[in-house]
Design a protein around this ligand. Structure first.
Ligand code: EPU
Length: 430
């Protein structure tokens, strides 16, 4: 499927945030930890949630959806091997922790790299091994079992990985004894997962210095949880409002999830007003160049840099963006340059501090010269956030664009075309 977009419209009006993709998928998997029903409100109807639901159903869950409320009930785990998924993606790795915790066994497909880099899972595997799992790499899968159950241990992560932190938390809730995660990730989606697990009966403490303590319990119960709003959608829509010289109220956007983003936006020339029910975004003045570096929370998120790049293409001067979370997340730049942008990619760390990719020849910094008008294009989306950058580019470009492989966007943004049409965008799904 594709979008036909005619650029040049100012986007104006109100858009409502969906529940966070990167919390919803983990929470569906976390529901496997209890035999009782778990009700998840504000669950977005997106591709990644559909894939996770398929995974849960394969394991033995029955799942119903009523608008954005999803109920997952897994009275018994019927299948610990999740190899026959119709679409392969990275979500099955998150089932390792809960399946091992609940049944002592799990088998997941081997995960390759994707469009944003090799994406290893070594920290997930090592941590689970330290907790007592024996993990075998087979031809097309990882097979894990824990003959003596999982036990609490101290785990020091070499980097605050979101997925590894979540996998360990999920495994540790039902493990024997106390698990300590040092150098843990602390993204708001993780805190929301902790809140859900706490409500299910888990004992989890958030300590100082990125330390999380989990005291294992014998069982967890079901319950209800409302998923936090998607801050990646918020950053995308804010960038869209400022890039198109529009004025958009993003309902349910939360200031405390976006503090670093709001600072960067104001520095570049975007404006915002925080209200009780959301945040209004518009262009305050002519955009000016800035230097920016992505980081783990509370830094500037790696998922924000792609839509934000469009603001840099429209800003006067030379901007620098240093990506320190993923080694290969500037795949969107080639098409932007064809559209008229002036972006140069570097393997050097163009930031104040050299990051862990220094000297490794990864293309992980960009220099953006602006402002540059953009022209319509035919392009194929390769990755979700790159796709959002491309979509914003086509919305500010002169003329018509064709955006192919929009299934990538549907993975993370619910009904994006209809929601943008409501803001005045000229976009058609074909
Ligand atoms: N890493 C390792 N070994 C591991 C795990 C991670 O080297 O065992 C490295 C990764 O290669 C990467 C870095 O650590 O360089 C950070 O990866 P992390 O594990 O934190 O990311 P993730 O859990 O795979 C989640 C989101 C991403 C988001 C990142 C960073 C989900 C499903 N995905 O990925 O979201 O960019 O955290 O916040 O939650 C997206 O939504 O489009 C997306 C890619």
């Amino acid at each position: 499927m594709k979008f036909i977009v005619r650029g040049g419209k100012k986007l104006e009006g109100e858009i409502v945030l969906g529940g966070a993709k990167n919390a919803a998928t983990k929470m569906l998997v976390a529901s496997l930890l209890t035999s009782e029903p778990m009700v998840l409100h504000n669950t977005p109807n997106i591709g990644d949630v559909a894939i996770t639901q398929e995974l849960c159903e394969l394991v033995g869950s029955s799942i119903t959806r009523d608008n954005n409320t999803v109920t997952v009930h897994t009275p018994e785990i019927k299948n610990t091997r999740v190899l026959s998924l119709s679409r392969k993606n990275r979500i099955p790795v998150l089932a390792l922790g809960p399946l091992l915790a609940r049944t002592g066994e799990a088998e997941i497909p081997l995960l390759g790299g994707d469009k944003i880099g090799p994406r290893p899972i070594d920290m997930h595997l090592t941590a689970l091994e330290e907790m007592g799992a024996i993990i075998e790499k087979r031809d097309s899968s990882y097979y894990a079992h824990a003959p003596h159950g999982l036990k609490g241990v101290k785990i020091q992560l070499r980097y605050p990985s979101v997925g590894a932190t979540e996998n360990i938390i999920l495994a540790a809730t039902l493990a024997k004894g106390r698990t300590v995660i040092e150098n843990a990730a602390t993204e708001p989606e993780i805190i929301d997962l902790v809140k859900m697990l706490q409500n299910m009966g888990a004992i989890i403490e958030l300590g100082a210095n990125r330390t999380i303590y989990i005291d294992g319990v014998r069982s967890l119960r079901g319950g209800e949880h409302t998923i936090l709003p998607d801050r990646n959608e918020a950053a995308s829509f804010a960038s869209l409002a400022v890039a198109t010289r529009g004025d958009v109220f993003v309902r349910n956007a939360k200031q405390d999830h976006l503090i670093t983003f709001l600072n960067a936006l104001r520095k570049v020339g975007g404006e915002y007003k925080v209200e009780n029910t959301g945040i209004r975004f518009w262009r305050g003045k002519n955009l000016t160049s800035i230097e920016l570096e992505t980081d783990t929370h509370p830094g500037f998120m790696t998922d924000w840099q792609q839509p934000f790049t469009l603001l840099l293409t429209q800003a006067k001067g030379s901007s620098i963006l240093h990506e320190t979370v993923y080694e290969d997340r500037f795949g969107h730049v080639g098409e932007l340059n064809i559209m008229g942008a002036d972006i140069h990619v570097f393997s050097k760390c163009l930031g104040e501090i050299a990051c862990r990719f220094n000297g490794k020849n990864h293309q992980h910094s960009i220099l953006v010269n602006g402002p540059t008008p953009l022209k319509g294009i035919s392009l194929t989306i390769k990755d979700l956030r790159a796709g959002m950058a491309h979509l914003i580019a086509t919305l500010i470009a002169e003329g018509e664009s064709t955006v192919d492989n929009i299934e990538e966007l549907d993975r993370g943004y619910e009904n994006i075309d209809t929601r943008l049409q409501n803001l005045g965008a000229d976009i058609i799904r074909a």
